[in-house]
Design a protein around this ligand. Structure first.
Ligand SMILES: [Zn+2]
Length: 318
């Protein structure tokens, strides 16, 4: 397969009677949700129509990309209480695995990124079910899903994922919408138990911290790369001003390109300005790319950090 696979592409969906998705009032009124709705002209009072429109826009952009072979579209699990039941009060939003699987039918270029919070009581069964639906990875966001990946109680989950060949994609760094939560669960070293269990782990956002130029996790990343051949990072969201400091630092690690995977964090913007490091011509190429995925690819190319990990060796592709 030629072309990149975007391993970090978000679905958005409002709840309907049948889709298993959820969204809190707070999340619906958040600046991020309002911005996406405004930019894409999504009618928030008509969920079916809004969901179809979001998906159609995504498919159009994926299929219109010159650089992209496929995109992994991500479900998002909720928060679970101590007994492993969905904690509705603390769950900001859910994109169900069934909705994400259904969305993948919209284009042969979409791959299923399931999301199974390891704290749920039926986690092992849901991982089996997700694999049966064709999941190529399991996406988690520990800060929002309120769990610690280093929790010893999770070892059966990591063993299950290793036996299924299902990689773990985990958010790294600060999560601005969750101020007050324990942010340290987003540190990369918390992923070591999963790596030790033999799971292929993809740390999102190039291990950037997400608070502008403080990048304490890159030294950790270097050490983990050296020790664990099953450790990878995706380069999603790195053109955003709060993460670009990490992108610039990754340019001095060309030897790690074989561990880098392509990612955008769609629908977040992919910005052209970091390509200025490669000169005006490179910037202009990115600026005029006309497609979010192609712009991200152009910026990474301009900086000499184009991912060269083989996605077929990381993702659970059929
Ligand atoms: Zn993301």
């Amino acid at each position: 397969m030629s072309g990149f696979i975007d391993v970090h592409c978000h679905l958005a969906a409002l709840p309907t009677k049948a889709n298993g998705c959820r969204i809190s009032r707070k999340m619906l009124n958040s600046p991020a949700a309002r911005m996406v709705a405004a930019l894409q002209g999504l009618p928030l009072d008509r969920p079916e129509e809004a969901n179809a429109k979001y998906l159609a826009t995504l498919v159009k952009e994926v299929e219109g990309s010159r650089k992209l072979a496929k995109a992994v579209v991500l479900a998002m699990d909720g928060v679970y209480d101590a007994s492993g039941r969905l904690d509705e009060a603390h769950t900001e939003f859910v994109i169900s695995n069934d909705y994400a699987a259904q969305a993948c039918k919209a284009s042969p270029k979409l791959l299923l990124g399931a999301s199974v919070n390891p704290m749920r009581r039926d986690a092992l069964d849901e991982l089996d079910r997700a694999a049966g639906l064709g999941a190529v990875l399991n996406k988690v966001l520990p800060n929002a899903m309120v769990f610690d990946p280093a929790d010893k109680a999770l070892s059966p989950v990591w063993k299950k994922m290793a036996s299924l060949g299902l990689p773990l994609l985990s958010h790294i760094g600060f999560e601005f919408t969750l101020i007050g939560h324990d942010q340290s669960v987003g540190f990369p070293q918390r992923l070591i138990p999963a790596l030790e269990a033999g799971v292929k782990v993809i740390a999102a956002h190039g291990c950037s911290n997400g608070i502008f130029f403080q990048e304490p996790h890159l030294a950790t990343m270097d050490a983990m790369m050296a020790k664990y051949p099953n450790f990878f990072v995706d380069l999603s969201a790195l053109t955003l001003p709060n993460r670009v400091g990490a992108l610039l630092r990754l340019t001095s690690r060309p030897e790690l390109r074989g561990r880098f995977l392509f990612g955008t964090d769609y629908p977040l913007p992919c910005m052209s300005y970091p390509a200025l490091m490669g000169g005006l011509g490179a910037f202009w190429g990115a600026f005029t790319a006309g497609n979010k995925f192609d712009r991200q690819a152009a910026v990474l190319e301009a900086l000499g950090v184009s991912p060269s990990a083989d996605p077929a060796k990381v993702l659970r592709l059929e």
